[in-house]
Design a protein around this ligand. Structure first.
Ligand SMILES: [Zn+2]
Length: 210
C-alpha cells in the first residue's frame, strides 16, 4: 500500500492516511482528526503484541507509552477481551472506544468539515467518478459508479429535472402549450358535459341582474 494516498478499504472500513497517519477505518480517522486538534499526543502502535495464543495489533498509543487507544467497530466481545487482557498483562492500559463513545468526535469532525462522508477527508482523496447534474449540469463526484446517468446534485434539481424529463415545464411558452394541450384533451373527453355547463352558465349570466 502506498503511503500518503487515499485508498478504498475492503469491506466495511475505509482506510487511508490523514496528515500522514494511517487510519484503518473512518472511526480511527475521526479520532485522529479530533485528537490532533485537541493536542492529544499519540502515534500509531507500531508493534504487535502476542503471547503465542493471542495476537494483537493495537491502533494507537499515547505519549505515556502506556495507554493504548483502540477504536472498535464490529469486533466481537471475546476477541476484544482477550486482546485487552494480553495488553494489560504486558503492562499497558487499554481504552476501547466504540461508536457510541465517539458521538462527540463525529460531531466535531462534522462541524469542522461540514461533511459526514468522512472518508473524503483522507489525504489525497479523489472521487473516482464524475457526473453532471441532469438539471443544472453541475459537477457531481462519486466514489461508486452509478447505474443511471439521471443523477442530480440536489433534491431541488431532482424535482425540477424529473419534471423536465417528463416533458413538462421547459419554458414559459412550453408550459402554456402544455396546459393548452391538457385542456384540449380534457375538452375532447368531456365535450358534452362542458357544453352543458357552458349553456347553463350562459343562461345565468344572461339572466336579469339583481
Ligand atoms: Zn443540479
Amino acid at each position: 500500500m502506498s503511503k500518503g494516498g487515499y485508498r478504498q478499504g475492503s469491506g466495511r472500513s475505509k482506510s487511508g492516511y490523514y496528515k500522514g497517519i494511517y487510519c484503518g477505518s473512518t472511526y480511527e480517522l475521526c479520532w485522529v482528526i479530533y485528537s490532533i486538534d485537541m493536542n492529544v499526543k499519540f502515534k500509531r502502535f507500531e508493534k504487535k503484541l502476542t503471547d503465542g495464543t493471542t495476537t494483537y495489533f493495537p491502533d494507537f498509543i499515547l505519549d505515556d507509552d502506556k495507554t493504548i487507544i483502540e477504536l472498535k467497530g464490529y469486533e466481537l466481545g471475546d476477541s476484544v477481551k482477550n486482546k485487552t487482557l494480553l495488553a494489560e498483562k504486558l503492562g499497558y492500559k487499554v481504552i476501547i472506544l466504540r461508536k457510541e463513545d465517539l458521538a462527540d468526535v463525529f460531531e466535531y469532525v462534522y462541524q469542522k468539515f461540514g461533511t459526514k462522508k468522512f472518508h473524503t477527508l483522507y489525504d489525497g482523496y479523489k472521487p473516482k467518478y464524475e457526473y453532471h447534474c441532469k438539471n443544472c449540469n453541475g459537477l457531481i463526484l462519486k466514489d461508486k459508479k452509478k447505474k443511471t446517468d439521471f443523477i442530480y446534485c440536489s433534491r431541488q434539481c431532482s424535482m425540477l429535472g424529473n419534471k423536465l424529463n417528463s416533458g413538462k415545464f421547459l419554458t414559459d411558452e412550453q408550459k402554456k402549450e402544455y396546459y393548452r394541450n391538457q385542456s384540449k384533451k380534457y375538452y375532447e373527453l368531456k365535450r358534452e358535459e362542458i357544453n352543458k355547463r357552458r349553456r347553463e352558465l350562459y343562461k345565468i349570466s344572461k339572466g336579469p341582474l339583481v
